[in-house]
Design a protein. Sequence first.
Length: 254
Amino acid sequence: MESSDLVRLGLTEGEASVYLALLESGPSTVGPIVKRAGVAYSNVYEILDRLTKKGLVSFIIKSKTRHFQAAEPTGLHEYIDRKEKEIRDEKRIVERLIPELSRLSKMRGEKLLAEVFTGMKGLRTVYEKVLEGYEPGDDYVFFYDPTERREIVDRFFLDFEKRIYRPRRIIMRGVVSKDFFFTSDYMKRSEMVRKGLWDVRYVDFPFPGNIDIFKDRLLIVSWSGPIIAILIHSSDISAKFLNYFESVWKIAKK
């Protein structure tokens, strides 16, 4: 008999091996069980104890030594019956708990998920992740004020526009700093900006860094030092930042 069949019934590999070994050998002390079953001596007593509790092994003491014996194979029926009863009991507990747990979940509100990405590879990954589910007509907005590492920022977005934004026809609105608007290489060379596919405006006052807002996603990127991007999944937080964006958008200049 294959031990895998017993494993499918809920026994561990060690339990299945010991049970089969006892069936083949008959009553036995620990030493022969270890040898026949191929289990570690340090584990055999724990395995035999679990099998005893499952009703699949019993023992008697002769001359102060335990002799273990496998229960008749029909004992597997009783083992399965006990498992079925335990499952029925657990189902009743779950049915009782679900309404209460659901109530607590609603009281807690929206689940917040935040992910952190680092380096250029992580940055490409997170920007693609933000765009998941984008369809024509969706509103994607951003704030950009990359005051540091300007050349790296320009190269990154020119490459990303060529590979992702243009092929997928991603349309955006954005508010950038006045300096970025007039001096960045990206604003001069971006096909999306030059063709008017993106509506980009500027302000001459500070705003909270580099932020992208799309659906329930809020992306915050820090370019200073090691590149770090934090992606927050929250409809509530995203909506608050979108409201702020709209208020700035109204007063931004073209």
